[in-house]
Design a protein around this ligand. Structure first.
Ligand SMILES: *Cc1c(COP(=O)(O)O)cnc(C)c1O
Length: 226
């Protein structure tokens, strides 16, 4: 059985909702960017969203993105692809070639590998630092107490273009606390961008200052098993 999903229609209602929530908390809707998370989905779900004019997407696996997006980039201009999944140092070259923004800078080794690759290709992609706000042992990200020093390392030692911070709150906790914590850490480090909020909680994230919400299921439907 295939679920009936209309990604373009979902996109349109989510955009309306984002605008409404932003306006409702005195924010400019243009300051909230919708990253359409297309991981696991194939072209038949992605193309309607492209045809509706959307250009900002997120993928969490480098190899999958390398397979899907070059052909779509040939057909659609101005696609903007964010890496929202873990990055290993041996994949940094592929990631820099495939993505436009890296949201998951999560350790010094990766910051260094990215800096080297940016130098090599003479291109510096904007980056986010992933913060493990829930201090979960199985989750990637910089611990809250190490964030200030890591931002400084990325900027001063590696000359990375750090736009802001990103988090994935623990599934079983109130996300608002994590979004507020991320916003506070971004503010004290002078970083404007906050990537937080997914299908279930992007509204909360926007009220707490999200500049990028990463929404998959609410646009594309339930993900098939990869
Ligand atoms: C899959 C994923 C999302 C999207 O999650 P949905 O609940 O489907 O909206 C957002 N962020 C990251 C990092 C993801 O891996």
């Amino acid at each position: 059985m295939t679920e009936h999903v209309d990604p373009a229609r979902n996109l349109s209602s989510i955009k309306d909702e984002i605008a409404e929530i932003a306006t409702g908390c005195d924010r400019d809707p243009a300051d909230v960017h919708l990253v359409a998370v297309s991981k696991v989905h194939s072209e038949d779900r992605i193309v309607p969203v492209l045809d509706a004019g959307h250009r900002l997407f997120g993928e969490n696996r480098i190899q999958e993105a390398e397979g899907k997006w070059p052909a779509l980039r040939e057909r659609y201009d101005d696609i903007h692809l964010h890496l929202i999944g873990p990055l290993q140092s041996n994949k940094v070259k592929n990631a820099v070639a495939t993505f436009d923004v890296i949201e998951t800078v999560d350790r010094p080794k990766i910051a260094k590998a990215l800096a080297n690759e940016f130098d090599r290709v003479d291109k510096r992609l904007p980056c986010f630092i992933q913060v493990n706000t829930g201090e979960e042992s199985q989750k990637a990200g910089i611990l809250p107490m190490d964030v200030d020093a890591f931002v400084k390392t990325c900027v001063d030692d590696y000359a990375l273009n750090i736009l802001g911070l990103m988090c994935i709150p623990p599934v079983d906790e109130e996300p608002a606390l994590h979004f507020a914590l991320l916003a506070e850490m971004a503010k004290r480090n002078g970083l404007a961008a906050k990537s937080m909020g997914m299908s279930a909680d992007y509204g909360t994230a926007i009220t707490l200052g999200a500049t990028h919400v990463r929404v998959g299921t609410a646009i594309f439907g339930t993900r098939p098993k990869p």
